[in-house]
Design a protein around this ligand. Sequence first.
Ligand code: PDD
Length: 282
Amino acid sequence: MARIAYVNGSYVSTANAYVHINDRGYQFADGVYEGISIRYNKLIDLEAHLDRLWRSMDELAIISPMGRRPMAIIFNEVMRRNRIRDGFIYVQVTRGVATRDHGFPDYAKPALIVTCRRLNFDAVRQRAASGVAASTQPDIRWGRCDIKSTALLPNILAKQAAREEGAFEAVLVDKEGFVTEGSSTNMWIVKAGHLITRSTSDNILSGITLARIKEIASELDITIEERAFSVTEAKEADEMFFTSSTNCTMPIVKLDDKKISDGTPGPVAKRLLDAYFDYTDN
Ligand code: PDD
C-alpha cells in the first residue's frame, strides 16, 4: 500500500487516513469514483477520466469540491509523494458528512480522497500472453450502470463468485442471456476479424479503455459493431477479451467450461494490446 493519501485538503500517512463515520459514502455509497492508470509517470487518458468523473457527479448532483486543474495537480502530487512511476490512481468523491437521512442534505461539503498504488504492467502483459478464464454471473445491478458509483456490491459479489470458480473475471449476463460487461471491465468478442462490443448507451459503464481501443481499432482498420451479444455467441466467437484501465486488453481463453476457439489468445486481441501499449508508453 502506498504511504501517502490525499484526504479532504491534506496529504496524510495512509495509516492515519480516515473519513468521518457520518460520511454518506460510508453510509449510503453516495459517491462516485475514478481509476486512472499511470505509465512512466503519466496519467493515461486523464482528460477523459475527468470528463467521466464530472459526468458521474453531475448525474448525482454532487458539486465537485474543486476544479479539474487543482484535482489533476493533487493526482500528480500523490504520485510524486509515493514515488509511483507505473500504477493506478484511485479518486473518490462523496456527498460528504451529514446526519443520516436519505434525502440530500443541503449543508454537506463533498469529500475527496485520492490514493495510489503500484501496478506492474509487465505482469499484465504476461497474463495477457496466456489469457485468463472467466465465468458468467447474473447481472443483478441497477438501471444506472453508466454512473461510476461506489455502490459496487453486485460487482464484488460477481467477482468473488467468479474467483471461487477459479476464474479471473466475471462476465455479467442480463435476464435475456446477453453479456452486459465484466464486474470491473468491458467485454468484447471477435468474429471473422471483426469486433463486437455492447453499446455504451445500453446501461453499462462507458469505459475509457474501451473508447481508446475503439480509436486504435479504427486506425488499424479493424471494423467494430456496437451491439449486445449473447453468452452463446461469445462461447462460439473466434476471440473474447476485456478492457479496463488496469487490465488493458486481456484475452479470455475459457468461458465457464468452454474454451474460446483453441483456448489460446487470438491475433486481434494481441494486436490491440501491442497498439495500446505503444499508445500508453510513447
Ligand atoms: N473499473 N466496467 C466497469 C463496471 C468498471 O468498473 C470498469 C472500470 C470498466 C472499465 O473502465 P475503464 O476502461 O475506464 O477503466 C468497465 C475500474 C478499473 C475499477 O473499478 O477499479
